[in-house]
Ligand binder design. Structure first.
Ligand SMILES: [Zn+2]
Length: 638
């Protein structure tokens, strides 16, 4: 790709019109949108807390809305009106979204879709606007033309007559984003998360592959504007690009130092924002752009209609899961295991345990009647999505919460271990309502896991207070996210015994289970699910780990027992479950999906000899934690 770039840069066939670059807003102008007549600029401050409108002729700025996080995804219709969506947490913390239409000419604001659960998104159509709700949708006129939208890894194309076709032009994508029809209505452009920007025909046949870019928009029928895909650490390399469908042009049009993001094009005017300051710029190119077909301000009223076959039938909680960064490289953390040391070939990778927890959480939540969406299902370099892709996939899913799964590392020799929830905002003052409540609920359950040795209490912190990275910088993956949510640092994987536990998939499952319990509490679903869990560890009572300077605490000083066999019998004496502890020095065992009962747990070691018997009472929906110890001198039972 680098060679192509150089060549394209040198060609100089097309470029920025001399003297056309202007600053439209000095700061905090995220997700800028320019009106079809070029007179108005719509934008949002960093936190989506308000939606601002600037009259570019007079410089006057109006607040369109400042309740319900109206920022980030508002659009102009071809009628010049502003369509935006607000959200509110209703009963049991489900997020309901309301669509509005604001007329810049008169200042009149109208609700066009009443509050509904799930996704509500304003989408431009060729001759109007469609607000795409899952239960009810709104059309700005009888004939809005054709339009496209995405959900998961399906691209939906709605034609003039209202017929819907579902397309899957790219295989194995983590989801489609930013779909749009070309000005002439003959092609569809979209980004396939982790794969890049594509253009397909109306039958879903890919006709152009434009490369790894984000937020593409049509300049005309041949040229496209997009932003760089900078991966999961968006610290540099953010630029605005000009691309041509024939592959001849692939050229950055913004300065490298500017770190430009969020481009949008209308009638030949390109607007974009600078990542850190939020300064909004506008530029024009020296190639012709088609004039947008003006839509007559007809008498015809817009209409809300019922969706005939909604994909989701019930108002159940929907969770967007982001199992951390992927791919064993970039930001991943490899840590050699304790006993094997530097010669270790198995290796602990945070990306592995994050994914194991994420996939487990999907299964657990599904069994509990939740709906889920997840940002990756595998662990390759290409699963390392750009932060914009993750946040956009979450927004696209219409979820009630955003949940990012990680584990922590101190990066120094201070060995500590506790669950930490990081939400966007200041300590005690989350940027999005509900985030602190959710973090507290999940962290409260995490600390109850007594398989781990915790050195400190659990805590929830605001990332702006926690990190010393600059005013309101915080974690990239929480930026531009307006769902209640947080990032869970479930434990510290550089606390060595904890890392050995994280190598055990059942232990990762157990963390996901405790996360689900926190979510049950947040969504008022406690007690709805009656299956139970028994989990514990097996350690030698009198054998200690080699702990020269590694610092371990309490029970973690004791050597875990590898290859111990645990048998669980139900109240009728029938064998219910069997578990053998692994060879990774964690002694972990977990029994899942148990019916409430009085169980008997037996511990076997060596040549299948019985050493210990324990009664375990399992209550409905509860988790019983049992840590077992065995003396090395103990004789087996007869
Ligand atoms: Zn991480």
């Amino acid at each position: 790709m680098a060679l192509v770039c150089l060549w394209a840069l040198g060609s100089g066939a097309v470029g920025v019109k001399h003297g056309s670059v202007k600053t439209l807003v000095d700061s905090c102008g995220f997700f800028p949108q320019i009106s079809p007549d070029g007179q108005w600029l719509l934008y949002s401050p960093t936190e989506a807390t308000s939606l601002m409108l600037k009259n570019l002729a007079t410089g006057a700025v109006t607040t369109v809305a400042s309740v319900g996080y109206p920022g980030f995804d508002a659009i102009f219709g071809p009628d010049g009106k502003v369509y935006y969506v607000t959200q509110e947490r209703k009963k049991h913390n489900l997020v309901y979204r309301t669509a509005h239409c604001y007329d810049p000419a008169t200042g009149a604001d109208q609700v066009v879709l009443k509050p509904q659960h799930g996704r509500v998104q304003a989408i431009p159509a060729t001759r109007g606007v469609v607000v795409n709700g899952e239960r009810q949708y709104y059309r700005s006129g009888k004939q809005v033309g054709s339009w496209v939208y995405t959900r998961g890894d399906v691209l939906y194309l709605v034609d003039e007559a209202g017929g819907t076709r579902s397309l899957q032009p790219v295989q194995e994508s983590n989801g489609y984003l930013w779909a749009s029809l070309s000005p002439d209505g003959t092609k569809v452009m979209f980004e396939a998360a982790s794969k890049g920007v594509f253009v397909c025909d109306l039958n879903g046949q890919v006709i152009a592959e434009l490369g790894e870019f984000l937020m593409p928009c049509w300049y005309n029928n041949e040229y496209v504007i997009a932003m760089s895909n900078a991966g999961n650490i968006r610290t540099n390399g953010s630029r605005i690009w000009l691309l041509s469908l024939d592959g001849e042009t692939m050229k950055p049009i913004s300065d490298r130092e500017e770190r430009a993001v969020q481009p949008m094009v209308c009638n030949g005017k390109i607007v974009y924002t600078l990542l850190y300051s939020g300064q909004v710029k506008q530029m024009e190119l020296d190639i012709p752009a088609p004039a947008m077909q003006p839509v007559a301000q007809g008498k015809e009223k817009g209409k809300a209609e019922k969706v005939k076959n909604p994909l989701s039938k019930n108002d159940v909680p929907r969770v967007f899961i982001n199992p951390g960064h992927g791919g064993h490289d970039s930001d991943d953390r490899h840590v050699p295991t304790w006993v094997i040391g530097a010669q270790d070939t198995i290796h602990y990778y945070e990306s592995n345990s994050n994914l194991t927890k994420g996939l487990a959480l999907v299964e657990i939540l599904k069994n509990k009647g939740y709906e889920t969406a997840i940002s990756r299902k595998t662990n390759y370099t290409e699963d390392d999505l750009d932060l914009f892709e993750i946040v956009s996939l979450a927004a696209n899913s219409g979820a009630d919460i955003f949940f990012s799964i990680h584990s922590n590392a101190t990066g120094i020799e201070k060995r500590i271990n506790f669950p930490l929830g990081l939400y966007r905002g200041w300590d005690g003052k989350p940027a999005v309502d509900g985030s602190l409540e959710l973090s507290d609920a999940v962290m409260k359950q995490a600390i109850k896991n007594t398989l781990a040795v915790w050195t400190h209490k659990e805590r929830s912190r605001g990332d702006w207070s926690f990190y010393d990275w600059g005013y309101k910088v915080g974690l990239g993956v929480l930026r531009f996210n307006k769902l209640p949510g947080f990032l869970s640092e479930g434990s510290f994987h550089d606390y060595l015994p904890e890392r050995e536990r994280l190598l055990n998939d059942s232990y990762c499952w157990l963390e996901a289970w405790t996360q689900s319990l926190g979510m049950d509490e947040y969504f008022g679903r406690k007690g709805k699910f009656k299956n139970s869990v028994v989990a514990g560890t097996v350690r030698w009572e009198d054998l200690k780990r080699h702990d020269e300077d590694k610092r371990v605490f309490d029970e973690d000083e004791l050597l875990p027992i590898n290859g111990a066999l645990l048998r669980l019998y139900n109240g009728r004496g029938a064998l219910s479950r069997v578990y053998t502890t692994d060879k990774m020095d964690n002694g972990v065992f977990v029994f899942t999906n148990l019916q409430p009962d009085k169980y008997k747990l037996e511990l076997y070691y060596g040549d299948e000899q019985l050493y210990l018997t324990k009664k375990v009472k399992v209550k409905k929906g509860k988790t019983s934690f049992i840590n077992l110890k065995l003396k090395s001198t103990q004789k087996p039972k007869k």
